[in-house]
Write a protein that binds this ligand. Structure first.
Ligand code: NAP
Length: 479
C-alpha cells in the first residue's frame, strides 16, 4: 500500500479521496497516491489563510528569512531525490528534473534575501514641511494555480515571493503532477511556517481552482497555464476587483540568418524546440530561416532531430522524455496530421516509438515548407513539434517572428551585431535570446511575455514585488 499524501489545511494534513500519480515513462509505475480536495476543503484552506494573514504579515523579517533559507537548503540537499520524483511524475529527463529542483532551491534562497531588501522611497512633498513615504505592503491571501510542465519551479517562483513579502497562500498544483508541489509544501511546513500561512489543496481545476477563483477572500491570483483558463480567471477576478497575474501560452520563433554559425543554430533550435519534450511555454515552435542558409540548416537540424534519444526519463542515455499524458500525446499527433494536411513537409520524426516500458514516447517532429499562416505555426501545440518557415531576408524574418498572437520569448541566431541589436529592440516578445535557446532563463531577473502570452506584472527577481505587494503613500507633517 502506498502512503497517501494529504492536503495541508490550517496546519493539518487532511484528506481521504485519493488519486494515483502515474509515471508517463512507464504507465505501470505509480509515483504516489495523492488526496484530492473538495470545494469544502478549499473554502477551509482559504479561511485558514485569511485568519493567518494578520500575524504573518507582521512577522519579523528574520523569521521569514530563516524559513525560506531553510527551505532552500533542504531542497538543494535533496535535489537528486526530488529530481527523480519530478522526472517520474512529469517525464522530463533526469538532468532536466534535477536542474529544475536546483532552480527551485535557488529561488527560495533568492527570496530569503529579498525579505531583507524590501525597500521603499522617501521623497520631499511639494508642500513645504511635509514628507512623503512610499512603502510596500503584503496583499493578503494569494491563490496560486500552476500547470503540469514545471511542477516544482513554477510553484516555487510564486510561493517564495508571496511568503517573503508577508502574504499567506493557498496553492493548487496541476492534478496531473501533485508530487513535486507536495514535497516543497512539506519542506516549508517543517521549516517552521505557522499554521494556515501556506495551504495545499490538490485536485481538479474545475473544483479546487474554480472555488479559489470564485472566493471573495482570495485577494490576488497568480496563474500559469493555458490561455483558455487564464481568460476565465481574468473575467472572474475583474468581478471581484482582484489583482491577478497570468502567464500563458507561446508560439515562440527562432530566426536563423544566413550569417549564423551553423552549429550554434542547430543546437539552439534543437534544444529550444525539443528538450523537455517541447513542453515549455518558451519552446521554439517556429523556426524562421533565411534563404542562403536554409537548405544546409534544415539538413543538419533534421539529422540532429532524427538522432535525439527518446526514452524513459530516468534512463541515463535519454535526451527527450515521454509526453506527459495520453491527452497531450493525442493533441501532438493531431497537430502532426494537421501539418501534413496543410501542406508542410514532415522531414523527421513525428511517430510514436516503443521502449521497454509502456510510455507516451514520441519522436520529435520537424516540418519544413511551412508558412506562418498554417495552424501549426499559429496555435500552441505544446509538444515536440517544430516548423521551419523559409523567408527572403532579415526584414521578412522580423515581420514573420512578430506576426503571432503570442509574445513570450523570441530568439535570433546571427553573427551580425547590427541584426542582433535590431532584433532585441524590435521583437514583440517579453524575452529575447541572441545565439541561445528561447527556453532557459535565470531565476533572478524578470520572466514574462507580451500580447496573448501574459497579463500583469512580471514574475521572478526583484520585479516579483510588483505583484506580491501593494504600494502605500503616506504623508507626515514634519513641523
Ligand atoms: P491549464 O489546463 O490551463 O491548467 C493550468 C492550471 O489551471 C491547472 O492547475 C488546472 O487544473 C487549473 N484550472 C483548470 N481549470 C480551472 C478553472 N476553471 N479555474 C481555476 N483553475 C483551473 O494549463 P496546462 O495544460 O496545465 O498547462 C499548459 C499551458 O501552460 C500551456 O499553454 C503553456 O504555454 C502554459 N505555460 C505558460 C508558462 C508561462 O510562464 N507563460 C509556463 C508554463 C506553462 P487541472 O489540474 O485540473 O488541470
Amino acid at each position: 500500500m502506498l502512503e497517501l499524501h494529504r492536503n495541508l489545511i490550517d496546519g493539518e494534513w487532511v484528506g481521504t479521496d485519493a488519486v494515483e500519480n502515474i509515471n508517463p515513462s512507464n504507465v505501470n509505475d505509480v509515483v504516489g497516491v495523492y488526496a484530492r480536495a473538495s470545494e469544502e476543503d478549499t473554502k477551509r484552506a482559504i479561511a485558514a489563510a485569511k485568519a493567518a494573514f494578520p500575524a504573518w504579515s507582521r512577522t519579523g523579517i528574520l523569521d521569514r528569512h530563516a524559513i525560506l533559507r531553510k527551505t532552500a537548503d533542504e531542497i538543494l540537499a535533496r535535489k537528486q531525490e526530488l529530481g527523480e520524483l519530478l522526472s517520474r511524475e512529469e517525464g522530463k529527463s533526469l538532468p532536466e528534473g534535477i536542474g529544475e529542483v536546483t532552480r527551485a532551491g535557488q529561488i527560495f534562497d533568492f527570496f530569503a534575501g529579498e525579505v531583507l531588501r524590501l525597500a521603499g522611497e522617501i521623497l520631499p512633498s511639494v508642500r513645504p514641511g511635509l514628507g512623503v513615504e512610499i512603502t510596500r505592503e503584503p496583499l493578503g491571501v494569494i491563490g496560486i494555480i500552476t500547470p503540469w510542465n514545471f511542477p516544482i519551479a513554477i510553484p516555487s517562483w510564486k510561493i517564495a515571493p508571496a511568503l517573503a513579502y508577508g502574504n499567506t497562500v493557498v496553492v493548487k498544483p496541476a492534478d496531473l503532477v501533485p508530487g513535486s508541489t507536495w514535497a516543497i509544501v512539506d519542506i516549508l511546513a517543517r521549516a517552521g511556517l505557522p499554521k494556515g500561512v501556506l495551504n495545499l489543496v490538490m485536485g481538479r481545476g474545475s473544483v479546487v481552482g474554480q472555488t479559489m477563483v470564485d472566493s471573495k477572500d482570495v485577494t490576488a491570483i497568480s496563474f500559469t497555464g493555458s490561455v483558455a483558463t487564464g481568460r476565465r480567471i481574468a473575467a472572474a477576478s475583474i468581478e471581484h476587483n482582484r489583482k491577478f497575474q497570468l502567464e500563458m501560452g507561446g508560439k515562440n520563433p527562432t530566426v536563423v540568418l544566413d550569417d549564423a554559425d551553423l552549429k550554434v543554430a542547430v543546437e539552439s533550435v534543437a534544444q529550444s524546440a525539443f528538450f523537455s519534450t517541447g513542453q515549455r511555454c518558451t519552446a521554439t515552435s517556429r523556426v524562421i530561416v533565411t534563404e542562403g542558409i536554409h537548405d544546409e540548416f534544415v539538413k543538419a537540424l533534421a539529422e540532429r532531430t532524427r538522432n535525439l534519444r527518446v526514452g524513459d526519463a530516468l534512463d541515463k542515455d535519454t535526451e527527450i522524455g515521454p509526453v506527459v499524458d495520453p491527452s497531450q500525446l493525442s493533441q501532438d499527433i493531431d497537430y502532426i496530421e494537421i501539418g501534413k494536411a496543410e501542406g508542410a513537409r514532415l522531414v523527421s520524426g513525428g511517430e510514436r516509438v516503443k521502449r521497454n516500458n509502456e510510455g507516451y514516447f514520441l519522436q520529435p517532429a520537424l516540418f519544413t515548407e511551412a508558412t506562418n499562416a498554417m495552424r501549426i505555426a499559429r496555435e500552441e501545440i505544446f509538444g515536440p513539434v517544430a516548423a521551419v518557415i523559409r523567408v527572403k531576408d532579415y526584414e521578412e524574418a522580423l515581420i514573420t517572428a512578430n506576426d503571432t498572437d503570442f509574445g513570450l520569448s523570441a530568439g535570433i541566431v546571427t553573427t551580425s551585431l547590427k541584426y542582433a541589436t535590431h532584433f532585441k529592440r524590435n521583437s514583440e516578445a517579453g524575452m529575447v535570446m541572441v545565439n541561445v535557446p528561447t527556453a532557459g532563463v535565470d531565476f533572478h531577473v524578470p520572466f514574462g511575455g507580451r500580447k496573448g502570452s501574459s497579463y500583469g506584472p512580471r514574475e521572478q527577481g526583484k520585479y516579483a514585488a510588483e505583484f506580491f505587494t501593494v504600494v502605500k503613500t503616506s504623508y507626515t507633517l514634519a513641523g
